[in-house]
Structure formats: structure tokens, C-alpha cells
Design a protein around this ligand. Structure first.
Ligand code: URA
Length: 232
């Protein structure tokens, strides 16, 4: 079941039917490769699932895998990932305490000659993929979340946000806090504002890290509840 922009449930195809009952991260990682809930699986190498600590202090949610991620099957290993990990380090964050994933698991792009150019996922595609993110967040019910950019914020919060306006106001989702900030690719696109956007991203990551306690125990992947706080 997907949600319309009015928040009403609609009968539309989403990935729910592909998400295994067990909800263990290794089962999810394997099962996502069979997902055909939206057309984005066509013309990609593979679905890219999240990766990182099994008891994260913070979950970083990006938009979707890029060209390099699609080929390597790992999140944030391309140019935007380079910026992200530089900012993580500048924020004094222990990278081993993070779990990184994306709102959309397949690389949306258009082919231009030999190049594959990134295309922004539509709201329907974000909604269709949401059950995968929801299952991942359920695996870490205590971890705070950093939504990197508008697509991630749309998926995590279930509503449209404007990064420049909303990044300074953390949102409670159940017992955890969601911090909204720039996507690292915004640094790459910002030209003469690049240093400013990078500094804002570092400041937001620093604040999110400081506000997030160490995980008390390794959470059970089968732990119940809708970890994203959404009700769909
Ligand atoms: N951009 C994202 O949002 N996620 C990635 O994994 C890579 C680039």
C-alpha cells in the first residue's frame, strides 16, 4: 500500500510483497535483488542495500545509488560518497558506528552515449521502495537518523521538506530523532558556495552525532514496530 500526497492510503504497487518476513538484514540484502516493484530495476546492475554497523549510533540515509555504487553494489562509494566520508571525518564521527543506506535501492539514470546520468527518483518510486528502507530502519529501532537531502527526508518523514528551511529543526519519529541536512552531492554542485554547504553538512553531522547516544545493545533484526515512524 502506498500513500498519496494527501496522506491517504492508495492501492498502488510497492515493494511490500518482496520484503521477507524474517526482516534479518542478510535476508533483506539478498531479497532486494529480486525486487521489481517499480521499473527502476531495469537497466541497472543490481540493487544496492545498506551497509555498516550492526548497532549503529546513527543511520545515514541518502537518495539512491549512483553509477559507481550500481556497479560495486555498495552505498556511497562514488564521488558523493567521497564528500560524505570527508564530512563524517571532519565532524569527528567514528565511521564504524554508522549504517549508510538509501531511500531508493536502484540507480535511476538516463543513458547519454556511454555515460549514465543520474535522474532524481519520483515520489511514486520513493514510495514504492519505502518498505525496504522501513525494514532496514526496523532493524535499528534506537538509532537516530540523518536524512541526506530531500529524497531521503521524503522517504523517512513521509512528507516533502525543503532542506534550506528544515535542516535546523530535528524531528521526533517515535523515540528517535531525524536530522535533515544537505545531500553530499549538493557540495559538488554548489560551485562558489561549496565551502559553505560543506561546512553546513559537517555542522549538522556533528550535531546529530552529539545528540545520539551510543547503542546500548545490538538490536534484534526481528525487533518489532515501524521503525520509520510512518504508518503505511
Ligand atoms: N548518492 C546517494 O544518495 N547514495 C549513494 O549511495 C551514492 C550517491
Amino acid at each position: 500500500m502506498a500513500r498519496s500526497s494527501s496522506g491517504r492510503a492508495e492501492q498502488r504497487e510497492d515493494a511490500s510483497a518482496f520484503v521477507p518476513e524474517s526482516r534479518s538484514l542478510s535476508d533483506l540484502t539478498a531479497a532486494v535483488q529480486a525486487c521489481t516493484a517499480c521499473p527502476l530495476y531495469i537497466d541497472t546492475t543490481q540493487a544496492v542495500f545498506g551497509k555498516g554497523s550492526r548497532s549503529p549510533r546513527l543511520i545515514l540515509v541518502g537518495e539512491q545509488p549512483g553509477d559507481v555504487e550500481d556497479r560495486r553494489g555498495l552505498p556511497f562509494v562514488g564521488p558523493a560518497g567521497r564528500v560524505l566520508w570527508e564530512c563524517v571525518e571532519a565532524a569527528g564521527i567514528d565511521r564504524r558506528s554508522l549504517y549508510a543506506t538509501n531511500a531508493v535501492k536502484h540507480f535511476k539514470h538516463e543513458n547519454r552515449g556511454k555515460r549514465r546520468l543520474h535522474k532524481k527518483p519520483s515520489t511514486d518510486e520513493i514510495e514504492a521502495c519505502h518498505p525496504w528502507l522501513d525494514a532496514e530502519l526496523d532493524a535499528f529501532p534506537k538509532a537516530n537518523i540523518v536524512a541526506l537531502g530531500a529524497t531521503a527526508a521524503r522517504s523517512v518523514l513521509g512528507k516533502t521538506v525543503t532542506i534550506s528551511a528544515d535542516r535546523l529543526a530535528p524531528t521526533m519519529l517515535g523515540s528517535r530523532t531525524v536530522f535533515v541536512t544537505y545531500h553530499p552531492s549538493a557540495v559538488l554542485r554548489a560551485d562558489d558556495r561549496a565551502a559553505e554547504v560543506r561546512a553546513a553538512l559537517v555542522a549538522d553531522l556533528t550535531a546529530a552525532w552529539a545528540a545520539s547516544s551510543r547503542p546500548r545493545s545490538v538490536s534484534s533484526p526481528a525487533a518489532g514496530g515501524n521503525g520509520s515512524g510512518r504508518s503505511d
